[in-house]
Design a protein around this ligand. Sequence first.
Ligand code: FEO
Length: 392
Amino acid sequence: MKPRKIRDGVLSLGAVDWDRRLFDGLIPLPDGTSYNAYLVSGNRKTALLDTVDPTKRDVLLENLAGVPSLDYVISHHAEQDHSGVIPAVLEKYPEAKVVCTPKAEGILADHLGVAKDRFLTVEDRETLSLGDRTLEFIFTPWVHWPETMVTYLRESKILFSCDWFGSHLAQSELAVTDEGRVYEAAKRYYAEIMMPFRTVIQNNMKKIKELQVEMIAPSHGPVYEKPEFIVESYRDWISDVPKNRAVIAYISMHGSTEVMIQRLVSALAANDVPVFQFDLADSDIGKLAIALVDAATIVIGTPAVHVGPHPKAASAAFLANALRPKAKFATLVGSYGWNQKIAEQIAAMIPNLKVEVLSPVICRGRPHKKDFEALDELGAAIARKHKDARLT
Ligand code: FEO
């Protein structure tokens, strides 16, 4: 994309990555992504806010071709999808300084080899004048790295939020045009990247509440002309109260676990608990992560494989433990041949989750009448737990 004006003196000149399908070697990107960089020009100084992923270096440098001088590169976040082209920008503009938090300085030096004399570190709430425009830096540690900050452009009331409020979504339009599509992409982004830092984000939300924000310009996905759309969505996602929903992530080898899961889903449905069911043999882990944002109960379904749970079930438990969703209850359903400890083994994999572990249902081989009855009772028990907690 060529540079586009988003406000007077503010250009968007990053890159859209339509074809990227995986991030961090892990996260599926069904809709691609973008690496947004912004140029803010005052009547005395000019600042570039973030760069782009190294794979899009040429796009950014081409977009900077008409920019004769640059005083500052604001680095909100040292992860390379935003910082990776800083060395090339510094080479193009020998006078430019990298503005970042003290924590980011060390990370950028180590990862990118930026020389010490090119840094200008700032403190929380420090301002930088570009003449008739003022950048205010607000530290947001652990959103989602320890060095992260955001920038508020006072005169235009724009919050440049970097990853925060972002979405992995490639589109030609600069701003949100389809709220449903952006909601899904932003929730996926939150689930995969931000959810482990939910309580930190709760505190950081207070910082931006004090600001008059008329636009949020993240570093991935479209710009929000109506900031309340994404801010209210975040408030819902980061709240401590889950919804009356169960997520079931399961894998089955010879069908026993599968029929047990089907019975549990029926029991939950009969007790008015909506279920999000994922067969781990072929599931988008991004969709699983999205479902974990709101779920009150997590169910892992697995057969025993040799002396442990199925590796795909273990991987789902590991993922849930890493993402730290707000779920209140967890349990396990599965079958075994000789290892009866799969429930304890999975429970040991989720120490980060503050959940009450409900009695599992496991059986040897295929389930029988008593196992189906136990699954009916588990569904009813989950529903009672949700009702007692007044979840809706
Ligand atoms: Fe978009 Fe944390 O990098």
